[in-house]
Design a protein around this ligand. Structure first.
Ligand code: UGA
Length: 454
């Protein structure tokens, strides 16, 4: 099928490249001419495993092309709208989607079949459809949400659990086209109305965010009672009704989706006069998690982090991506500075950008060129992102060059046996592991004491 995609961001690029891989001819359109030029050369502007290969494949086979002009949508069967939905403050907005839909409806040569893939708050699509059809009654509109995670987006697209198609009025032909488009995936396709499809998307994300926050609060509870939160979530996860995924505690969830959506959904509830105290509390819980981790570190270091040199490992919102948006690792760095610490940070893919982003908010952090360079001379280490290379750190070589001896591991990636054997104290989400080496570090704190205070 010859189709077009409006927007060459994460969603648009992954959608376009994957649909080309499935055998379609896809024209990706974006107003950013520089981005389009780079894409034409096969340069993918985002760090997304597998995407470079799919873009190269699409270009080589002549099935994927990039355009800076909306006229490239002319003559295509349908256009997928995948433009941004965050405003300058990182909050959800439907403004760009609305502009794109209006622009397409006003262009009689553009397809009359519009598929919105940008995330919409429930109730938005009906308004978009009304707007488009007030411009041209022959327009048909569907909402087809994406459920792809950054860092595994290509796999999530090609092997989804489900495809959801929310259909507008009289959109049977468009729905049939979407079924044809997704048929090669051989996955269940759920047909709904527009608002239900929007709600499935948002509710899925907010539910996952709630699950993470539940695990984060359990970590706090377990640290106080002496339970091992990791054993607890493993045990809970074996119950098929609960499941283990998205139950890993950490420094809080980040990224461009969960944080903005856990704020937008309660706002929507309020706007329609519905009380949703559970949903409204998720953001509050999430924001407190970084400080809870740092409270533990502060106590183990005698009650203050003022003047301490702290190495922060990882700045992106999770491993495998270069995305820094609402990263809990950045929040850890920012909160450390607020507590008077001197922070030196390293991230395998985003040190400079992360440090610059913090500086833009007046948070001064020193960049390091390697994890080892960040750790050398540090009073303590804080792990903010679960990059696999942090598992391989040679603590026997690093412990002697550190000034202090504590690691606050917010992601459970530190090799605890190796670190404690090297004389370091590792606090993994509130649970402390004391040094086991022949010469325990002087700052060793009894596990029970740490566990109750951290
Ligand atoms: C999320 C959803 O998982 C996707 O299904 C959805 O399509 C996407 O948002 C979107 O709406 O576009 P994403 O934000 O890329 O995907 O990242 P996730 O892998 O979901 O992780 C979000 C945050 O939760 C990260 O900071 C991660 O470290 C954290 N997390 C995740 C935990 O702290 N614990 C967990 O057990 C899982």
């Amino acid at each position: 099928m010859l189709i077009s995609v409006l927007g060459a961001g994460y969603v648009g690029l992954v959608t376009g490249a994957c649909l080309a891989h499935l055998g379609n001819h896809v024209r990706v359109v974006d107003i950013d001419a520089t981005r389009i030029e780079r894409l034409r050369q096969g340069e993918v502007p985002i760090h997304e495993p597998g995407l470079d290969e799919l873009v190269a494949e699409g270009l080589a086979k002549g099935r994927l092309s990039f355009h800076a002009d909306q006229s490239a949508t002319h003559g295509t069967r349908l256009v997928i709208v995948a433009v941004g939905t965050l405003d300058g403050d990182g909050e959800w907005t439907g403004a760009l989607v609305e502009r794109a839909v209006a622009m397409l409806a006003e262009d009689p040569q553009a397809p009359r079949h519009l598929v919105v893939r940008s995330t919409l708050m429930p109730g938005t699509a009906v308004g978009l459809e009304r707007l488009a059809r007030s411009i041209d009654p022959s327009v048909r509109l569907c909402f087809n949400p994406e459920f792809t995670r950054e860092a595994v987006a290509v796999r999530d697209f090609l092997e989804p659990d489900r495809v959801v198609v929310g259909a507008g009025a009289d959109a049977e032909d468009l729905v049939a086209e979407l079924h044809e488009l997704y048929a090669p995936l051989e996955k269940p396709i759920l047909d709904t109305d527009l608002t239900s499809a929007e709600t499935i998307k948002i509710a899925s994300n907010v539910f996952l965010a709630t699950k993470i926050s539940f695990a984060n609060e359990l970590a706090r509870l377990c640290a106080a009672t002496g339970a091992d939160v990791h054993a607890v979530v493993d045990g809970m996860g074996l119950d098929m009704r609960i499941g283990r995924s998205f139950l890993s505690p950490g420094p809080g969830f980040g990224g461009s989706c969960f944080p903005s959506q856990v704020r937008a959904l309660p706002a929507l509830a309020r706007s329609v006069g519905v009380e949703a105290p559970l949903i409204a509390s998720v953001d509050v819980s999430n924001r407190g998690q970084a400080d809870w981790i740092l409270d533990g570190l502060e106590r183990i270091r005698g009650g203050s982090l003022a003047g301490a040199r702290i190495a922060v490992l990882g700045l992106t919102f999770k491993a495998g991506t270069d995305d820094l948006r609402e990263s809990p690792a950045l929040r850890l760095a920012e909160r450390l500075v607020a507590r008077g610490a001197q922070v030196v940070a390293f991230d395998p893919v985003a040190t400079e950008r992360g440090v610059a982003l913090l500086a833009a908010s007046d948070v001064q952090v020193e960049p390091a060129s390697t994890a080892e360079a960040a750790i050398a001379g540090a009073d303590a280490v804080v792990v903010g992102t679960e990059w696999p290379e942090f598992r391989q750190l040679d603590w026997s070589a690093l412990a002697p060059v550190m000034r202090g001896s504590v690691i606050a591991d917010g992601r459970r990636v530190v090799d605890v046996d190796a670190a404690t054997a090297a004389g370091l104290t590792v606090v993994t989400l509130g649970v402390a592991h004391a040094p086991t080496g022949p010469e325990p570090a002087a700052v060793a704190v009894p596990i029970a004491t740490v566990a109750t205070v951290a």
